[in-house]
Design a protein around this ligand. Sequence first.
Ligand code: PFF
Length: 455
Amino acid sequence: MAKIKRATFGSKVGVILASAGSAVGLGNIWRFPYETGNNGGAAFILIYLGCVLILGLPIMISEFIVGRRSRANTAGAYSVLAPGTPWKWLGRIGVLTAFLILSYYSVVAGWTLEYIVEATTNSFVGKSSSDFITSFITFSSNPWKPILWLVLFLLGTHFVIVKGVEKGIEKSAKIMMPTLFILLIVLAICSILLPNAGTGIEFLLKPDFSKVTSSVFLSAMAQAFFSLSLGMGCLTTYSSYFGKDTNLTKTAFSVGIIDTIVAILAGLIIFPAAFSVGIQPDAGPSLIFITLPNVFQQAFSGLPALAYICSVLFYVLLAVAALTSTISLHEVVTAYLHEEFKITRGRAATFVTAGCIFLGIFCSLSLGVTKEYTLFGLNTFDLFDYTTAKIMLPLSGLFISLFVGWYLNKKVVKAEITNDGTLKTFLYHIIIFLLRFIAPIAIAFIFINELGLLK
Ligand code: PFF
């Protein structure tokens, strides 16, 4: 399998598409807006952009170096580059994180399928803001429906992983991704033109630093790791299929820029609309599912056909963006089981799918029938999100930066960044400096600050 996949990433467009397909997903369109809403708006976005630039990009380049140099799955990669050392645990923890994220991510991915059905059957028509809130709560707390969609979504991901139809996915992504991009721009314009949209734009652009607390920093860092697919070996696995001439720094910048633009566009759609129809920006995970149907209804109120097309198209494209991300998460775990335990790829994928369905059911039920059962005040869904995004990803990022910055032979790092000396070296020095000092210190600082040890 590994060999087949390596061949498919021959083209530069393929490399960027596969990595951007993993990065762009629910993290940008669902998670980014609600985290921005929960953390006070523009100040959060500024800190987020800082995290992308000084933590995200160098760590993405590190993952690329580890993957392309070792040409192995993420757990195997550390064994190849640091044989007989505990560094292999960095890869293994990444696999576990990918498995846990896939379990709760698929719950939300499943919701997009329900909304495709609602959009196609014209169920948004004539509803008020409070109707959208009620119908989301009724749906997400129903014990059966979300589970059905979750299972369906994971089976879809499983099908792609087993069939290995990367080519099909790549081809469709080439059409779907630009379409999603254009639709996001159209919706952002519509949202900005809604009455009273100014308050939402101000919320997005005018930073209020009085709202910045230690947890805002932690949330912004977590969001950067989550959105860029960092810290769990996803990009390590993908870069093991990169060609020798792939420019790692350029690829990382392209992925970072695409990912950030999509997130900002999502913010430009959600907040003007939310303020326009009187929905609180801190509505949490339900935010896009209650504000967007409103945008479709209000912005195109005189043009029902356009409202219909846009809403169906939006949820279909959102589901596709989620699918390219679930595939990359699934691939991390499947490749690990397949290569490290020598079981067939089909069997490895079945274990992953069955395990994620099992855990996903708990996450889904925790938003309804079992919501009283909490740990540290969090239900299972939120607990999975908090533990993975806010603890496991940044910690892995910290160790990846230490691995490439301090442990790995500098000749190897330089050869990878400069493609054996054929590219300019000035970026190499900046990247090494960021990896050695800035990234580890910044991540450690954010953690220590969150624990309240600095007060
Ligand atoms: N980056 C994806 C998103 O923003 O939706 C989520 C994700 C995919 C996280 C793959 C991690 C990963 F390995």
